[in-house]
Write a protein that binds this ligand. Structure first.
Ligand code: 1GP
Length: 241
């Protein structure tokens, strides 16, 4: 089970691939690199998705042997060649379509395919700009200063039986989720914590891990500069030595 690796006492690094942002050549390069550096997971998903997600996963799997997990922006992003799915409920929002609607639409297909499901409470926190997820989901992020609301949301997610929490600043966020918020969620909840959005430097990644994130997700920064991946992996490794 992929989920078992979520619960280990080590820090994990996930690379987020938005199929629309990578050419086939770039996919090959990044998948090879991710394999050679032993990136823990590749998450695949996006807000719009013009590209064929199944083909994207095929290209990744030609070189990357680790788990490829769907990180769907919508119910139509479920494919049968992934290794599992982050089954997200946008619990910071109050839009029923993203709390339960898309899940109802996609559940029968996920069951039919037999994908491993990782039920994940997706918590969007304001990080300085209007992000695609905020706009596309038509939900408001929790203000960064309202850590008590973030904690209560995380607690509710855990009490509902969700198996991980994704603290999300949004792709391309100007600032990351604060260390204060990550620390407080870590103290309050015992399920694995994924943190993503706006992580662009080794120093920031180090801070995110130190605050208690189990899995850090990097998207934009690697789209812009694949060479950064090696430095980010080195930070992860420094926690696991
Ligand atoms: C977005 O958390 C991910 O859902 C990654 O964000 O693209 O800003 O790294 P970035």
């Amino acid at each position: 089970m992929i989920y078992d690796s979520f619960t280990t006492d080590t820090k994990k690094l996930a690379l987020l691939i938005d199929p629309d942002k990578y050419s086939v050549d770039n996919l090959t390069l990044i998948s090879r690199l991710a394999e050679s550096l032993q990136v823990d997971y590749i998450f695949v998903g996006g807000s719009i998705l013009l590209s064929n997600i199944e083909h994207t996963i095929q290209y990744i799997q030609a070189y990357f042997q680790g788990p490829v997990l769907l990180f769907p922006g919508h119910a139509n992003q479920v494919t049968n060649n992934a290794d599992g799915i982050l089954f997200l409920s946008l619990i910071s929002g109050r839009n029923a379509e993203f709390l339960i609607g898309n899940q109802v639409i996609s559940a029968p297909r996920i069951k039919q395919i037999g994908l491993e499901v990782i039920p994940t409470g997706y918590i969007l926190i304001d990080c300085g700009c209007t992000t695609s997820v905020e706009y596309m989901s038509n939900t408001r992020p929790i203000p960064a200063t309202k850590s008590d609301i973030v904690i209560a949301t995380a607690m509710a997610g855990e009490m509902l039986g969700l198996k991980s929490l994704y603290l999300e600043g949004g792709s391309g966020a100007q600032t990351t989720v604060s260390t204060e918020i990550i620390e407080k969620v870590k103290k309050t909840c015992s399920i694995p914590i994924i943190v993503g959005g706006g992580i662009r430097t080794p120093e920031k990644l180090n801070e995110i891990y130190r605050s208690g994130a189990d899995i850090a997700v990097i998207g934009n920064a690697i789209e812009d500069n694949q060479n950064l991946l090696q430095e980010l992996v080195a930070v992860r490794n420094s926690f696991n030595d």
